[in-house]
Design a protein around this ligand. Structure first.
Ligand SMILES: N[C@@H](CCC(=O)N[C@@H](CS)C(=O)NCC(=O)O)C(=O)O
Length: 248
């Protein structure tokens, strides 16, 4: 995935293999502990019972991802070295390879629409809630102080500077919506719940829209504002079904 002539790396399966980035001979995910997009991948891997390695990336400097031109997490490196970028593409790649249990991109407009919603709307809505004040931002970033592969300075910088950065990101996200953050999240969940017509978006079994939206919300569990999700009359029970299904 080296960047040549300023060509920006694309989403999805990359041409170049990266077997040297596999850890312990297992499929390997480069992620941030709290990243909503990474939870989509954890959810589908969990549902399929696939064992994998995780490399925790330093969110401020992204030191562990220096080898890649795709500068975001998640990046997935399969056990044969295949690199896949961008969470919705990774979810499709894993399903296609292991169980082919739901339609591919372009085959089901509803699934595509709700997978896109997870990035364009839901991910941004939760960030506006979690990082609504400096205090809630520090709470959300406290985990970095416990990551084994981070140096002490990296832990300190990621927590305190990271919280300032994310607090500002939260404000930018909040400005994208007309309603205040918590009301907006409730409004978006109401909208989404109309598409959960069976047990899942995919009716009897989860499809890509389930993994995508569940992953986003799973990253918020335990953080500021999560009760908006757990108390929702449709999304709350669906969320709990997805937790059981994915085991995460
Ligand atoms: N469309 C991407 C978005 C990934 C993304 O924005 N990841 C964030 C972490 S939650 C990130 O890596 N941010 C670092 C950056 O943008 O520099 C996906 O779905 O995987």
């Amino acid at each position: 995935m080296r960047q040549h002539n300023n060509i920006v790396p694309k989403s999805g399966v990359q041409e170049e293999l990266a077997p040297e980035r596999i850890v312990g001979g297992l499929p390997t995910m480069y992620c941030f502990e709290t990243c909503p997009f990474c939870f989509k991948v954890k959810a589908i891997l969990g549902s399929m019972g696939i064992e994998y390695s995780k490399v925790e990336v330093d969110p401020t400097f992204k030191t562990q991802l220096k080898w890649s031109d795709w500068r975001k997490v998640p990046v997935f490196v399969d056990s044969d070295g295949t690199q896949v970028t961008d969470s919705n593409y990774i979810v499709h790649y894993i399903d296609q390879k292991n169980s082919n249990s739901f339609p591919r991109m372009g085959e089901d407009p509803d699934q595509d629409k709700w997978m896109e919603f997870s990035n364009a709307v839901l991910g941004k809505s939760i960030v506006a809630v979690i990082y609504t004040t400096y205090k809630t931002s520090v709470q959300a970033l406290d985990y970095v102080t416990k990551v084994d592969n981070f140096s002490l300075p990296a832990r300190i910088i990621n927590k305190w500077l990271g919280a300032v950065i994310m607090w500002r990101v939260g404000k930018v996200r909040a400005n994208m919506f007309e309603l205040p953050p918590e009301e907006n999240l409730k409004f978006q969940l109401d909208k989404m719940s109309k598409a959960i017509t069976g047990d899942y978006f995919g009716e009897k079994e989860p499809n890509g829209a389930d993994y995508a939206n569940f992953g986003i919300l799973r990253s918020m569990d335990g953080l500021h504002g999560f009760e908006i999700v757990s108390d929702h009359p449709v999304v709350g029970p669906w969320y709990r079904r997805m937790r059981v299904h994915s085991g995460i």
